[in-house]
Design a protein around this ligand. Sequence first.
Ligand code: URA
Length: 425
Amino acid sequence: MDAITVIRTKRDRGELTDAQIDWVIDAYTRGDVADEQMSALAMAILLNGMNLREISRWTDAMIRSGERMDFSSLPQPTADKHSTGGVGDKITLPLAPLVAACGASVPQLSGRGLGHTGGTLDKLESIPGWRALLSNDEMMQTLRDCGAVVCAAGDGLAPADKKLYALRDVTGTVEAIPLIASSIMSKKIAEGTGALVLDVKVGTGAFMKNLDDARELARTMVGLGKAAGVETRALLTDMSTPLGLTAGNALEVRESVEVLAGGGPADVVELTLALAREMLAAAGIHGKDPADALRDGSAMDHWRRMISAQGGDPDAPLPVAREQYVVTASSSGVLTGLDAYAVGVCAWRLGAGRARKEDPVQAGAGVEIHAKPGATVTAGQPLLTLHTDTPERYGYALEALAGAVTVAPAGTPFTSTPIVLDRIV
Ligand code: URA
């Protein structure tokens, strides 16, 4: 078997055999297939697709590239959530302790920023002292003690995906349904969660730009999960405008803590509660209202324990970027659009995301949003504040915002898009 034949097969719209898939994933994991060969194959898959057999085999080969975890010794049922990635998507931060407070164990193995979308680990690392890397024993102990753990997948878990995920980020090969579905589901199945809720984002800020593609991705992932014995369901949720009022690492931690304290932006609260209800139902936990756990402080208690268990100081001041720049409304009227993708790219360029896989991210960088679609705005009023430690990037970051803000004349009717657009079970 050789990489060039496998690449040519997919380049020429052929089907990869099970043996080809097993070989290429194994050889790539061991370093016998080079990054440039895997990027060519990923691009051929992005352009020419894969059928369900190929996706299922690719997922299975990625699971077999590493170890599988086992949570069967935990007293509570396990439930996990995975988002396909969005702008301002900080939901894991309030959600994991919230669901733990309602009686599930939440093993939330998370990732770093990919393209213009933020990463949960990058966000949490802005908390002084917090460690993303835990041994399997530390992870199990945190789960037992705190009910939830958010950490990096260990090197042993789907190592093929770890390499491929970082490679796709820098080779324009993220937005492919077979690659996204197999990437997410290989990690989640190998992780060993009993229940899984997928938050499949739809809109300009998501990898899936329209509902049909998002439904196909959701159905593919739900099918892969169920076939592997994981109680899997998906919500399709809006990502045409950023979630909440912040996009950036420390900025999003601050907003998540507001939600845990019983406040926070309405859309973040609504989605957190919708996902929590799905996770609890999928885990077989009934009769608990997660809204109560936000009100009575038990979700906040779980958050504080979870952050402390991983070396973080939940009371430490969060990093703040050195420079701020305010973008104002150029006219008065109704704000009818604030484009999620543009805001995501802007935050990324300000330093919240990375251009190369080895780049660091800036903890304080990002975009603060002062008005969301539906708001009445007046010319000159602040719409966004851009935060960065590298103000020389302002010009480049501002370019991303061209056409991102739409203000219609006062009195123009505005219909807001619901957060949850569909549900696939
Ligand atoms: N999240 C993942 O884990 N993988 C992808 O490919 C995209 C989003």
